[in-house]
Design a protein around this ligand. Structure first.
Ligand SMILES: Cc1ncc(COP(=O)(O)O)c(C=O)c1O
Length: 398
Protein backbone atom coordinates (compact mmCIF):
# COMPACT_ATOMS: atom_id res chain seq x y z
CA UNK A 1 0.00 0.00 0.00
CA UNK A 2 1.15 3.52 -0.81
CA UNK A 3 2.45 5.47 2.21
CA UNK A 4 0.10 8.46 2.77
CA UNK A 5 3.04 10.92 2.65
CA UNK A 6 4.36 9.84 -0.75
CA UNK A 7 3.00 11.09 -4.07
CA UNK A 8 3.23 8.59 -6.89
CA UNK A 9 6.52 8.69 -8.76
CA UNK A 10 8.08 11.18 -6.35
CA UNK A 11 11.37 10.28 -4.67
CA UNK A 12 11.12 11.33 -1.04
CA UNK A 13 12.92 10.87 2.22
CA UNK A 14 10.76 9.73 5.17
CA UNK A 15 10.05 12.74 7.40
CA UNK A 16 11.20 12.88 10.98
CA UNK A 17 8.59 13.74 13.60
CA UNK A 18 7.61 17.33 14.39
CA UNK A 19 8.94 16.87 17.90
CA UNK A 20 12.31 15.67 16.63
CA UNK A 21 12.70 18.93 14.74
CA UNK A 22 11.83 20.98 17.82
CA UNK A 23 14.00 19.39 20.48
CA UNK A 24 17.41 21.02 20.81
CA UNK A 25 20.87 20.27 22.20
CA UNK A 26 23.25 21.87 24.67
CA UNK A 27 26.02 24.31 23.89
CA UNK A 28 28.31 22.87 26.57
CA UNK A 29 28.80 19.71 24.56
CA UNK A 30 29.33 21.69 21.33
CA UNK A 31 31.99 23.92 22.92
CA UNK A 32 33.68 20.85 24.42
CA UNK A 33 33.86 19.33 20.91
CA UNK A 34 35.38 22.57 19.51
CA UNK A 35 37.90 22.72 22.39
CA UNK A 36 38.87 19.09 21.89
CA UNK A 37 39.41 19.73 18.18
CA UNK A 38 41.81 22.57 19.08
CA UNK A 39 43.58 20.20 21.50
CA UNK A 40 43.99 17.65 18.69
CA UNK A 41 45.70 20.43 16.72
CA UNK A 42 48.18 20.78 19.60
CA UNK A 43 46.65 23.87 21.30
CA UNK A 44 46.53 24.04 25.09
CA UNK A 45 42.97 24.66 26.30
CA UNK A 46 41.81 25.46 29.82
CA UNK A 47 38.34 24.02 30.33
CA UNK A 48 35.66 26.12 32.01
CA UNK A 49 32.75 24.95 29.88
CA UNK A 50 31.60 21.65 31.34
CA UNK A 51 29.39 21.52 34.43
CA UNK A 52 30.80 18.67 36.43
CA UNK A 53 32.94 18.47 39.57
CA UNK A 54 36.64 17.87 38.98
CA UNK A 55 36.77 15.28 41.80
CA UNK A 56 36.39 11.54 41.47
CA UNK A 57 33.43 9.69 43.01
CA UNK A 58 34.30 9.06 46.71
CA UNK A 59 35.96 5.67 47.17
CA UNK A 60 33.30 4.22 49.53
CA UNK A 61 30.58 4.93 46.94
CA UNK A 62 32.61 3.53 44.03
CA UNK A 63 33.40 0.40 46.06
CA UNK A 64 29.72 -0.13 46.85
CA UNK A 65 29.02 -0.09 43.10
CA UNK A 66 31.89 -2.51 42.40
CA UNK A 67 30.74 -4.82 45.19
CA UNK A 68 27.20 -4.78 43.80
CA UNK A 69 28.50 -5.92 40.41
CA UNK A 70 30.53 -8.68 42.12
CA UNK A 71 27.37 -9.68 43.99
CA UNK A 72 25.64 -10.02 40.59
CA UNK A 73 23.33 -7.04 41.04
CA UNK A 74 23.29 -6.78 37.26
CA UNK A 75 19.70 -7.66 36.41
CA UNK A 76 16.43 -5.81 35.89
CA UNK A 77 15.00 -4.29 39.07
CA UNK A 78 11.63 -2.54 39.69
CA UNK A 79 11.12 0.44 37.36
CA UNK A 80 10.32 2.75 40.22
CA UNK A 81 13.61 1.91 41.97
CA UNK A 82 15.09 -0.41 44.59
CA UNK A 83 13.19 -0.38 47.86
CA UNK A 84 16.44 0.08 49.82
CA UNK A 85 17.33 3.23 47.89
CA UNK A 86 13.78 4.60 47.97
CA UNK A 87 13.77 4.26 51.76
CA UNK A 88 17.16 5.97 51.96
CA UNK A 89 15.72 8.81 49.84
CA UNK A 90 12.73 9.10 52.21
CA UNK A 91 15.16 9.59 55.13
CA UNK A 92 17.26 11.99 53.07
CA UNK A 93 14.30 14.21 52.15
CA UNK A 94 13.14 14.27 55.76
CA UNK A 95 16.63 15.35 56.87
CA UNK A 96 17.23 17.93 54.16
CA UNK A 97 13.74 19.30 53.33
CA UNK A 98 11.93 18.92 56.65
CA UNK A 99 9.12 16.62 55.50
CA UNK A 100 8.93 12.87 55.06
CA UNK A 101 7.45 11.80 51.72
CA UNK A 102 5.41 8.60 51.53
CA UNK A 103 7.27 5.72 49.95
CA UNK A 104 4.88 5.75 47.00
CA UNK A 105 6.00 9.32 46.21
CA UNK A 106 9.65 8.29 45.71
CA UNK A 107 10.77 7.44 42.17
CA UNK A 108 14.37 6.55 41.21
CA UNK A 109 15.62 7.75 37.80
CA UNK A 110 18.79 7.42 35.71
CA UNK A 111 20.09 10.96 36.35
CA UNK A 112 18.11 14.09 37.15
CA UNK A 113 17.65 15.02 33.50
CA UNK A 114 15.21 12.19 32.73
CA UNK A 115 13.28 13.49 35.74
CA UNK A 116 12.81 16.82 33.95
CA UNK A 117 11.78 15.03 30.78
CA UNK A 118 9.39 12.56 32.40
CA UNK A 119 7.79 15.06 34.74
CA UNK A 120 7.15 17.43 31.84
CA UNK A 121 5.73 14.57 29.75
CA UNK A 122 3.40 13.79 32.64
CA UNK A 123 2.25 17.37 33.21
CA UNK A 124 2.37 19.36 29.95
CA UNK A 125 0.03 19.27 26.93
CA UNK A 126 0.61 20.92 23.54
CA UNK A 127 -0.45 24.57 23.74
CA UNK A 128 0.22 24.82 27.49
CA UNK A 129 2.52 27.52 28.83
CA UNK A 130 5.57 26.64 30.89
CA UNK A 131 7.27 29.36 32.95
CA UNK A 132 11.01 29.09 33.62
CA UNK A 133 14.14 31.15 34.32
CA UNK A 134 16.19 32.83 31.62
CA UNK A 135 19.14 32.42 31.55
CA UNK A 136 18.44 28.85 32.63
CA UNK A 137 19.16 25.20 32.06
CA UNK A 138 18.45 24.54 28.34
CA UNK A 139 16.54 21.27 28.90
CA UNK A 140 13.42 23.08 30.18
CA UNK A 141 13.05 25.03 26.93
CA UNK A 142 14.01 22.11 24.74
CA UNK A 143 11.43 19.76 26.27
CA UNK A 144 8.74 22.49 26.23
CA UNK A 145 9.41 23.00 22.54
CA UNK A 146 9.37 19.24 21.89
CA UNK A 147 5.99 18.97 23.60
CA UNK A 148 4.50 21.83 21.57
CA UNK A 149 4.19 23.97 24.69
CA UNK A 150 5.08 27.64 24.89
CA UNK A 151 8.10 28.57 26.98
CA UNK A 152 7.45 31.75 28.99
CA UNK A 153 10.70 33.29 30.15
CA UNK A 154 11.30 35.04 33.46
CA UNK A 155 14.45 37.17 33.12
CA UNK A 156 17.01 36.78 35.88
CA UNK A 157 18.45 40.21 36.49
CA UNK A 158 21.88 41.03 37.81
CA UNK A 159 20.39 43.76 40.03
CA UNK A 160 18.31 41.05 41.74
CA UNK A 161 21.39 38.82 42.13
CA UNK A 162 19.96 36.66 39.32
CA UNK A 163 17.15 35.37 41.54
CA UNK A 164 13.73 34.64 40.04
CA UNK A 165 11.24 37.23 41.24
CA UNK A 166 7.82 35.75 42.15
CA UNK A 167 6.13 38.99 41.00
CA UNK A 168 7.55 38.41 37.50
CA UNK A 169 6.02 34.95 37.55
CA UNK A 170 2.68 36.34 38.67
CA UNK A 171 2.69 38.81 35.76
CA UNK A 172 3.19 35.96 33.31
CA UNK A 173 0.48 33.57 34.51
CA UNK A 174 -2.36 33.16 31.99
CA UNK A 175 -5.19 30.69 31.67
CA UNK A 176 -2.83 28.53 29.60
CA UNK A 177 -0.10 28.30 32.24
CA UNK A 178 0.40 24.75 33.47
CA UNK A 179 3.82 24.55 35.01
CA UNK A 180 6.48 26.68 36.71
CA UNK A 181 10.02 25.31 36.72
CA UNK A 182 12.34 26.48 39.46
CA UNK A 183 16.06 25.82 39.77
CA UNK A 184 17.90 26.92 42.91
CA UNK A 185 20.91 26.90 43.35
CA UNK A 186 20.87 27.93 39.74
CA UNK A 187 22.72 27.00 36.58
CA UNK A 188 24.21 29.15 34.99
CA UNK A 189 24.27 32.08 37.45
CA UNK A 190 24.97 30.34 40.78
CA UNK A 191 22.11 32.29 42.39
CA UNK A 192 20.25 30.87 45.40
CA UNK A 193 16.62 31.82 46.01
CA UNK A 194 15.34 32.71 49.46
CA UNK A 195 12.84 30.63 51.41
CA UNK A 196 10.24 33.36 51.15
CA UNK A 197 10.61 33.63 47.35
CA UNK A 198 10.21 29.86 46.97
CA UNK A 199 7.22 29.81 49.34
CA UNK A 200 5.63 32.61 47.29
CA UNK A 201 6.02 30.54 44.12
CA UNK A 202 4.42 27.51 45.76
CA UNK A 203 1.58 29.75 46.93
CA UNK A 204 1.08 31.18 43.43
CA UNK A 205 0.90 27.64 42.06
CA UNK A 206 -1.77 26.80 44.61
CA UNK A 207 -3.80 29.94 43.85
CA UNK A 208 -3.73 29.33 40.09
CA UNK A 209 -3.86 25.52 40.20
CA UNK A 210 -0.46 24.98 38.56
CA UNK A 211 2.34 22.45 38.91
CA UNK A 212 5.84 23.34 40.13
CA UNK A 213 8.90 21.29 39.17
CA UNK A 214 11.86 22.12 41.39
CA UNK A 215 15.27 21.15 40.00
CA UNK A 216 17.48 20.91 43.09
CA UNK A 217 20.53 19.17 41.59
CA UNK A 218 22.85 21.64 43.42
CA UNK A 219 20.96 21.40 46.74
CA UNK A 220 24.04 20.62 48.83
CA UNK A 221 26.16 23.17 47.01
CA UNK A 222 25.43 26.46 48.75
CA UNK A 223 28.17 28.52 50.37
CA UNK A 224 26.76 30.84 53.00
CA UNK A 225 23.03 30.24 52.78
CA UNK A 226 20.77 27.27 53.40
CA UNK A 227 18.90 25.43 50.68
CA UNK A 228 15.11 25.68 50.47
CA UNK A 229 12.49 23.88 48.45
CA UNK A 230 9.11 25.07 47.17
CA UNK A 231 7.90 21.48 47.64
CA UNK A 232 7.76 21.87 51.44
CA UNK A 233 4.40 23.65 51.21
CA UNK A 234 2.38 20.66 49.96
CA UNK A 235 5.07 18.05 50.72
CA UNK A 236 4.97 17.14 47.01
CA UNK A 237 1.55 15.61 47.58
CA UNK A 238 -0.56 17.76 45.27
CA UNK A 239 1.23 19.89 42.73
CA UNK A 240 4.95 20.13 43.41
CA UNK A 241 7.73 17.84 42.19
CA UNK A 242 11.16 17.65 43.79
CA UNK A 243 14.02 16.55 41.55
CA UNK A 244 17.45 15.86 42.98
CA UNK A 245 20.32 13.55 42.17
CA UNK A 246 23.77 12.28 42.84
CA UNK A 247 25.61 13.78 39.85
CA UNK A 248 27.04 16.95 41.31
CA UNK A 249 27.61 16.77 45.08
CA UNK A 250 28.63 13.10 45.08
CA UNK A 251 30.65 13.60 41.86
CA UNK A 252 28.67 10.85 40.11
CA UNK A 253 27.77 12.45 36.76
CA UNK A 254 28.59 9.29 34.79
CA UNK A 255 26.75 6.89 37.09
CA UNK A 256 23.36 8.28 36.03
CA UNK A 257 21.32 8.38 39.23
CA UNK A 258 18.66 10.73 40.53
CA UNK A 259 15.35 10.77 42.36
CA UNK A 260 11.94 12.40 42.17
CA UNK A 261 9.44 13.12 44.92
CA UNK A 262 6.04 13.44 43.25
CA UNK A 263 2.32 13.40 44.03
CA UNK A 264 1.33 9.71 44.17
CA UNK A 265 -1.17 10.09 41.26
CA UNK A 266 1.82 11.15 39.17
CA UNK A 267 4.09 8.33 40.41
CA UNK A 268 1.69 5.77 38.93
CA UNK A 269 1.94 7.37 35.49
CA UNK A 270 5.70 7.93 35.77
CA UNK A 271 6.17 4.26 36.41
CA UNK A 272 4.71 3.58 32.96
CA UNK A 273 6.94 6.20 31.33
CA UNK A 274 9.94 4.52 32.97
CA UNK A 275 8.80 1.05 31.91
CA UNK A 276 8.40 2.24 28.34
CA UNK A 277 11.59 4.29 28.12
CA UNK A 278 14.31 2.79 30.31
CA UNK A 279 12.85 -0.28 32.10
CA UNK A 280 14.81 0.64 35.22
CA UNK A 281 17.85 2.45 36.59
CA UNK A 282 20.97 0.22 36.74
CA UNK A 283 20.86 -1.90 39.90
CA UNK A 284 24.54 -1.54 40.87
CA UNK A 285 24.31 2.24 40.43
CA UNK A 286 21.41 2.25 42.89
CA UNK A 287 23.44 0.25 45.41
CA UNK A 288 26.18 2.86 45.10
CA UNK A 289 23.45 5.47 45.71
CA UNK A 290 22.46 3.81 49.01
CA UNK A 291 26.07 4.08 50.17
CA UNK A 292 26.19 7.72 49.00
CA UNK A 293 23.17 8.67 51.11
CA UNK A 294 23.87 6.55 54.17
CA UNK A 295 27.69 6.48 54.27
CA UNK A 296 30.27 9.08 55.32
CA UNK A 297 29.23 12.58 54.20
CA UNK A 298 32.50 14.40 54.91
CA UNK A 299 33.30 14.51 51.17
CA UNK A 300 30.69 17.23 50.60
CA UNK A 301 31.88 19.93 53.06
CA UNK A 302 35.47 19.25 52.00
CA UNK A 303 34.55 19.66 48.33
CA UNK A 304 32.55 22.81 49.07
CA UNK A 305 35.47 24.33 51.01
CA UNK A 306 37.68 23.78 47.96
CA UNK A 307 35.00 25.19 45.65
CA UNK A 308 34.68 28.26 47.84
CA UNK A 309 38.39 28.93 47.51
CA UNK A 310 38.12 28.54 43.73
CA UNK A 311 35.01 30.71 43.61
CA UNK A 312 36.72 33.55 45.45
CA UNK A 313 39.82 33.23 43.28
CA UNK A 314 37.90 33.31 39.99
CA UNK A 315 35.54 36.11 41.02
CA UNK A 316 38.47 38.29 42.12
CA UNK A 317 40.34 37.38 38.96
CA UNK A 318 37.41 38.16 36.66
CA UNK A 319 36.83 41.48 38.41
CA UNK A 320 40.45 42.42 37.71
CA UNK A 321 39.94 42.11 33.92
CA UNK A 322 39.00 45.34 32.26
CA UNK A 323 35.48 45.10 30.79
CA UNK A 324 34.46 42.25 33.14
CA UNK A 325 32.45 42.50 36.36
CA UNK A 326 31.37 39.48 38.37
CA UNK A 327 29.05 39.04 41.33
CA UNK A 328 29.84 36.48 44.01
CA UNK A 329 27.65 33.41 43.34
CA UNK A 330 25.99 31.85 46.40
CA UNK A 331 25.78 28.29 45.12
CA UNK A 332 26.79 25.66 42.53
CA UNK A 333 30.22 26.08 40.84
CA UNK A 334 29.54 28.66 38.16
CA UNK A 335 30.64 32.28 37.82
CA UNK A 336 28.58 34.47 35.51
CA UNK A 337 30.52 37.64 34.70
CA UNK A 338 29.06 40.61 32.87
CA UNK A 339 31.18 41.29 29.77
CA UNK A 340 29.13 44.11 28.18
CA UNK A 341 31.97 46.63 28.60
CA UNK A 342 34.22 44.55 26.34
CA UNK A 343 31.98 45.70 23.46
CA UNK A 344 31.58 42.09 22.32
CA UNK A 345 28.51 39.90 22.29
CA UNK A 346 28.58 36.82 24.51
CA UNK A 347 29.26 34.58 21.53
CA UNK A 348 32.02 36.83 20.19
CA UNK A 349 33.64 36.99 23.62
CA UNK A 350 33.42 33.19 24.16
CA UNK A 351 34.94 32.60 20.69
CA UNK A 352 37.64 35.20 21.34
CA UNK A 353 38.59 33.50 24.62
CA UNK A 354 38.60 30.04 23.05
CA UNK A 355 40.62 30.90 19.95
CA UNK A 356 42.87 33.69 21.25
CA UNK A 357 43.35 32.73 24.90
CA UNK A 358 42.75 28.96 24.87
CA UNK A 359 40.04 29.36 27.53
CA UNK A 360 36.80 27.44 26.90
CA UNK A 361 33.68 29.06 28.41
CA UNK A 362 30.02 29.21 27.46
CA UNK A 363 28.26 32.31 26.13
CA UNK A 364 25.40 33.39 28.41
CA UNK A 365 23.10 33.05 25.40
CA UNK A 366 23.59 29.28 25.53
CA UNK A 367 21.10 29.57 28.42
CA UNK A 368 18.58 31.84 26.71
CA UNK A 369 18.32 35.34 25.24
CA UNK A 370 18.61 37.09 28.62
CA UNK A 371 22.10 35.58 28.94
CA UNK A 372 23.35 38.14 26.39
CA UNK A 373 26.17 40.19 27.89
CA UNK A 374 27.43 37.36 30.12
CA UNK A 375 29.69 34.30 30.07
CA UNK A 376 29.50 31.18 32.19
CA UNK A 377 32.67 29.85 33.77
CA UNK A 378 32.45 26.44 35.46
CA UNK A 379 35.21 26.74 38.06
CA UNK A 380 35.39 23.01 38.77
CA UNK A 381 39.09 23.05 37.98
CA UNK A 382 42.37 23.69 39.78
CA UNK A 383 43.38 27.03 41.34
CA UNK A 384 46.40 27.00 39.00
CA UNK A 385 44.10 26.77 35.98
CA UNK A 386 41.99 29.64 37.33
CA UNK A 387 45.09 31.85 37.72
CA UNK A 388 46.44 30.85 34.32
CA UNK A 389 43.06 31.53 32.63
CA UNK A 390 42.83 35.02 34.14
CA UNK A 391 46.35 35.82 32.92
CA UNK A 392 45.62 34.49 29.44
CA UNK A 393 42.37 36.46 29.20
CA UNK A 394 44.08 39.70 30.23
CA UNK A 395 46.81 39.10 27.65
CA UNK A 396 44.28 38.34 24.91
CA UNK A 397 42.70 41.78 25.35
CA UNK A 398 46.00 43.65 25.09
C1 LIG B 1 20.16 22.59 36.56
C2 LIG B 1 20.56 21.23 36.15
N1 LIG B 1 19.65 20.25 36.15
C3 LIG B 1 19.97 19.00 35.78
C4 LIG B 1 21.24 18.67 35.38
C5 LIG B 1 21.54 17.29 34.92
O1 LIG B 1 21.74 16.39 35.96
P1 LIG B 1 22.04 14.86 35.66
O2 LIG B 1 23.44 14.77 35.15
O3 LIG B 1 21.86 14.17 36.99
O4 LIG B 1 21.06 14.38 34.67
C6 LIG B 1 22.23 19.67 35.37
C7 LIG B 1 23.59 19.35 34.90
O5 LIG B 1 24.34 20.20 34.48
C8 LIG B 1 21.87 20.98 35.76
O6 LIG B 1 22.77 21.97 35.76
Amino acid sequence: MQNQYVKKGEKTMAELSKGAKKIYGEAAFEVLAKAQELERQGKNILHFEIGEPDMETPENIAQAGIQAIKDKKTHYVPSIGLLELRKAVQDEVEKTRGYRPDLEQVVIIPGLKPGIFFSMLTIVNPGDEVIYQDPGYPTYGSVSSFLGAKGVLVPLLEENEFRMNPDDIKDRITNKTKLIIVNSPQNPTGSVMTKSELDDIAELAEEHDLFVVSDEIYSKMTYDTGHYTPTARDEAKERTVLLDGFSKYYAMTGWRLGYMIVPSRMAERLQNFLVSAVSCTAAFTQHAGVEALTGDQSFIPEMMARFKEKRDRIVNGLNSISGFTCQVPKGAFYAFPNIIETGMTSQECADHLLYNAGVATLPGTAFGPYGEGYLRFSYATTLENVDEAIERIKKSFK
